[in-house]
Design a protein around this ligand. Structure first.
Ligand code: NDP
Length: 283
């Protein structure tokens, strides 16, 4: 059965979505990227995550082409640079994203990471964008436990719909305090780099003997194992980026992978959690 994630005031979404970092960088790959995103939507990977940063707006343009004529089928997420996340700059940044995406609203708009603009100011402009109908909901990314306490204490802070953070089997620091806290708040966590960038963030992950053996036993790939592990956590969704239809199909099929407690034990023994507070991992 497909695992669903419930964003406040939105329909439930399959727990695997689609990332877009590096899309739009290479003109030669444009069509493959568009086809991959479209195949993902067809397979139910409705949430598409992008950002003004990716390929300097190029990824949003790719997404705009991929969703043309089917805006209502997707849950569209984009992110604002920290230095744009206040006042007129935020309104202009959001409008530019909408233009590149060829839509008139975002389902979710995230502060990409915390910068110098006070959180109050970002919150105020997010609320303004909501009132203007340009965004349905707002959230944050790369905010650690302490930052979240600060945010949630602000007037309107409870309106934060998600925290998008790095999370994969070989980077489990959020399990110490951030993840349990989000779960307690019923705030969905969006796990980025769920494949550790195909192992580039952690050498030895994709070809780890224990993971390969388990994947083989289950008749799946290591990538599917990693995605199934991420979404096995309450309230956590994964947003892998795939630039080919083959990878998208593989990732979508991970929605149907069931991990037993024994499977998880094998995986977690190979890549244990730090067991203490560590600074939030980021790329
Ligand atoms: P991922 O962990 O999603 O890894 C992407 C890499 O994995 C690509 O090289 C891709 O190759 C490969 N891949 C995809 N599917 C498979 C598969 N089934 N088998 C083998 N390899 C596969 O890393 P990302 O950094 O892209 O993170 C995911 C998304 O999260 C981003 O695209 C972005 O939307 C978001 N993000 C947000 C950040 C933030 O600060 N908020 C930071 C980083 C990411 P190929 O392209 O050839 O398919």
């Amino acid at each position: 059965m497909t695992k669903l994630i419930h964003f406040p005031h939105a329909q439930a979404l399959p727990a695997i979505g689609q990332g877009t970092w590096y899309m739009g960088d290479k003109p030669m790959q444009r069509l493959d990227e568009i086809h991959a995103l479209q195949a993902g939507i067809d397979l139910g990977l409705k949430l598409i995550d992008t950002a003004e940063m990716y390929a300097d707006g190029g990824a949003e343009r790719i997404v705009g082409e991929a969703i043309a004529g089917r805006r209502d089928e997707v849950y569209l997420v984009s992110k604002v640079y920290p230095w744009n996340a206040g006042g007129h700059r935020a309104i202009a940044a959001c409008e530019a994203s909408l233009q590149r995406l060829k839509t008139d609203y975002l389902d979710l708009y995230l502060l990409h990471w915390r910068g110098d603009i006070p959180l109050e100011e970002t919150l105020a402009v997010m609320q303004k964008l909501q009132q203007q109908g340009k965004i349905r909901r707002w959230g944050v990314s790369n905010l650690d436990f302490e930052d979240m306490q600060e945010l949630i204490a602000l007037d309107g802070g409870e309106g934060c719909a998600t925290n998008q953070v790095l999370y994969h089997l070989a980077s489990r620091g959020i399990e110490h305090d951030l993840l349990p806290w989000c779960q307690q708040q019923n705030m969905p966590v969006m796990a980025y780099c769920p494949l550790a960038q195909a192992g580039r963030l952690r050498s030895g992950l994709m070809n780890h003997p224990a993971l390969n053996e388990l994947a083989q036993q289950k008749g799946i790939t290591v990538a599917q194992l990693l995605l199934a592990w991420v979404i096995s956590h309450d309230g956590v969704m994964a947003i892998p980026k795939a630039g080919s239809v083959a990878h998208v199909k593989e990732n979508a099929a991970a929605l149907g992978v069931v991990l037993t407690d024994e499977d998880k034990t094998v995986m977690e023994k190979a890549f244990p959690a730090p067991g203490r507070k560590t600074p939030l991992d980021m790329v």
